[in-house]
Write a protein that binds this ligand. Sequence first.
Ligand SMILES: *Cc1c(COP(=O)(O)O)cnc(C)c1O
Length: 391
Amino acid sequence: MMQKATQEEMESCPPQPWSDLPISEWQDWRWQMRNRIMDMDSLSRVLTPTQSERDAYIESTDYFRMSITPHYAALMDPTDENCPIRRQIIPSPGELENYAGMLEDPLDEENHSPVAGLVHRYPDRALIYTNHTCPVYCRHCTRKRKVGDPKSSPGRSALRDAIKYIAEHKEIHDVLLSGGEPLSLSDRNLDALLGDLNSIEHLDIIRIGTRNPVTLPQRITPELCAVLGRYRSIYINTHFNHPKECTEAAAHALNQLADAGCVLGNQMVLLKGINDNVETVYQLNRWLLRNRCRPYYMLHCDLTPGVSHFRTSTEAGLEILRGLRGRLSGLAIPQYVIDLPGGGGKIPLVPDYLVGQDEHGSYYENYQGVVHHLPHPKEDPPSSAKTTRLQ
Ligand SMILES: *Cc1c(COP(=O)(O)O)cnc(C)c1O
């Protein structure tokens, strides 16, 4: 009982350096938005930036802003330059480096955009870029080219054109609201957008891609959940990358969304030195599953500018999948995908468990490293092949 009281006490006051603030303000997403850390002076109140972080900030800010909610900033370890939260949000020298294969628009979205702000790559799915305003700018952002540009936010008429396009294309059954950050829309504007989409007969589902459960969980209010709860088939994909992001507030946000009837998934991005190991992904995905959010994708890092320091080999991703299989509920094992440069779309990478094949069948190595035999079906191999008993 003692322990429980202490925990409640801790939750009743915001973390350092905001501990004098009333908890009600801390829990108000508007306060969080008003008090975002957007320059080195305000960052210095939370930690002492290194000289290279200061330099990288100055060099990068015109192209890609810095913005951090107090909620997310409080998760940083001020004494560790390599803190997995810190590396996702504070500019670092790696961001200024060019590298072979780097692309301004790595997924060639602009050439798959029949109307402004809409990407139609797969026949049955379309993506709407709702706005460029995120509470936190992830340094590994794929849409830096747009998010960094204040003119990129589609206005009312662009959104109207996007809705019209979807209404006219009966082959589209799945719409993704993406950004930027769709939940940066007001409840009213989001409600109007969802209402318009919901009235399109041929749409089966609406997806919302949002990082707010991670970076601004306070945004998941009862009012927002009431809006989301009005529509059927809302899928929400969020973006947790590390167990340090798995806070009480984040768990509460996920459970509120699930209670509102949304189906939850997570799209982790594989980032070097942040989550490129089995243990980190194991802990993260266990937590997600417990909070009713299924790990959907583990995304290989896109060829966005300034991410050379985040890129891993594909072997690192496959190693994680091998390490999870057998140890963790299959429900918590994501698909590992590469979104191919040039607009090729997503392809899954799967570890190869097949270790051999002969006239008797195939041989597979399981998660314990034990090889098991799977006999061929009757017609395969051709009937001329001799069938003998396996030792
Ligand atoms: C990722 C993506 C989708 C959705 O792909 P799923 O594999 O169905 O999750 C749709 N459109 C675009 C442009 C995308 O980049």
